[in-house]
Write a protein that binds this ligand. Structure first.
Ligand code: NAP
Ligand code: HSE
Length: 445
């Protein structure tokens, strides 16, 4: 049987998982593929490090160059993370005509266009199923399963760490910092975990999905990104009482009918919203019930309608499963000599544009802390009315004695710029005692 020799760069959480999964299911894969996968070398940073998965010392080296250059190595698996050395590793392998499998969404977000072009130039391929949504084969879904659809909506819970934290804060009233420490211990979080908490990891993934779905490379700087640092147990509690669950959502939506004269995207009639922010999700919606480290991606195609993909979004085994899927594709492509059967990314939309967040229209939950005296509501309502922003309901939760009380406003559809400016004015009112908290409400229309 033909054998493909792997050179792995990285033997940490994911690398260890891939080693273990090949040990467990390598023979099964070989019988299914007609090609066997053999790990020939593994580059790590520290040969003496104690590892949860025992990697044989004879395979280990600290010299990634020697792994990439080894003439017996046919396929490089980049699992080291980061964007500087990882970029050098991937480019070095592609230049030698060796296909590369990577789980590195930060790398693709920052250098995807360059790396895809290098793969094409050197007649080889770059595979990245594990870069988005852990064990869910969402890259295959967009590139193959839904190839005959125009994607009109994509909503994703794509960061396992944030979903794990939000779930435990809601279910147990757990403390943010303590749950984050658990997520790190379980191997879910990035290094540093700010990449997760501040929404950047979800933005990397959402950008990759948006680019695949819409055929032009979405610049990460155009992705409006908010994380979960400011989400308090108080807001999780109020949202719950209103029938919502807070989730960090990646949103990719086609927005039609942009005819506003002053649009930053010129005369285009449509563009895409690409954003990451915490959102109130109605409890009746399936995404409100995606808990813990699980991810889910809802994709709406113009032919198929709504489809939903669910699974573990982070961690050793889930990610290893996605890497194995890429290894199978790469091994089959090597076996059959079809290195470019499915190229990593095919730009086909010349006129694509991302709608600036200021022009995106959303609904909102707003929590204000105000002095408990007559006339305060009237002043807030006047500011919102002047900005043509409609209030759908006002709730003053009971049981809050004292000089300052919370007030929850649910706001009708309004452009983000108008909302931002209006809340800045509300914050200036002497009766408003702390900065307003604003969370968007998603209706999935
Ligand atoms: P990790 O546990 O920190 O492992 C990184 C590995 O790379 C370690 O084995 C490290 O060596 C090695 N390494 C770092 N710099 C090196 C260098 N210069 N030369 C050789 N080896 C080097 O990270 P991870 O969680 O496995 O993540 C790896 C990649 O997968 C990242 O891109 C991450 O974003 C992505 N990913 C992770 C998950 C997840 O759930 N963890 C899920 C999806 C995607 P030592 O072991 O000696 O330190
Ligand atoms: N840190 C990432 C997460 C790993 O929590 O989703 C999976 O990409």
């Amino acid at each position: 049987m033909q054998q493909v020799n792997l050179g792995m760069i990285g033997g940490g959480t994911v690398g260890g998982g891939v080693y273990e999964a090949i040990r467990r299911n390598g023979a099964l894969m070989a019988s299914r593929l007609g090609v066997s996968l053999n790990i020939r070398r593994i580059a790590v940073r520290d040969l003496k490090k104690a590892r949860a998965v025992n990697l044989p010392a004879r395979l280990l080296t600290t010299d990634w160059h020697s792994v990439v250059a080894d003439p017996e190595v046919n396929l490089i698996v980049e699992l080291m993370g980061g964007t500087t050395t990882a970029r050098q590793v991937v480019l070095a392998a592609l230049k030698l005509g060796k296909p590369v499998v990577t789980a590195n969404k930060a790398l693709l977000s920052a250098h995807g266009e360059e790396l895809f072009a290098a793969a094409q130039q050197h007649g080889t391929n770059l595979y990245y199923e594990a870069s988005v949504a852990g064990g869910i084969p969402i890259i295959k879904v967009l590139r193959e399963g839904l190839i005959g659809n125009r994607i009109t909506r994509l909503f994703g819970i794509v960061n396992g760490t944030c979903n794990y934290i939000l779930t435990r804060m809601k279910d147990e009233g757990a403390d943010f910092a303590a749950v984050l420490a658990d997520a790190q211990r379980l191997g879910y979080a990035e290094t540093p975990p700010d990449l997760d908490i501040d929404g950047h990891d979800a933005a990397h993934k959402t950008g990759i999905l948006a680019s695949l779905a819409h055929g032009f490379w979405v610049n990460p700087r155009q992705i409006h990104t908010e994380g979960i640092r400011s989400i308090s147990r108080q807001d999780i509690g109020f949202a719950g009482k209103l029938g919502y669950t807070i989730r960090l959502l990646g949103c990719v939506k086609v927005v039609n009918g942009i005819r506003r004269k002053k649009s930053a995207i010129g005369n285009r009639q449509s563009a895409i919203q690409v954003s990451v922010y915490p959102a109130l999700v109605p409890n009746s919606h399936v995404l409100a019930n995606v808990n813990g480290v699980f991810n889910a991606v809802l994709v709406r195609g113009d032919v198929v309608g709504d489809t939903l993909y669910y699974g573990r979004g982070a961690g050793q085994d889930a990610t290893a499963s996605a890497v194995l899927s890429d290894l199978a594709d790469a091994a089959l492509d090597l076996k059959c000599g079809t290195k470019n059967r499915i190229p990593p990314f095919v730009p086909h939309e010349r006129d694509g544009a991302v709608l600036p967040m200021d022009e995106v229209v959303s609904r909102y939950y707003v929590r204000l802390t105000v002095e408990d005296r007559p006339g305060v509501f009237a002043k807030i309502a006047a500011i919102l009315a002047k900005a043509r922003i409609g209030i759908s309901s006002i709730i003053q939760p009971e049981g809050h004695a004292g000089e300052s009380v919370p007030v929850i406003l649910m706001i009708h559809d309004a452009p983000n710029a108008a909302m931002r400016r209006a809340l800045a004015s509300v914050a200036m009112l002497p009766a408003v005692k702390s900065p307003p908290v604003m969370i968007r409400v998603e209706s999935f229309e």
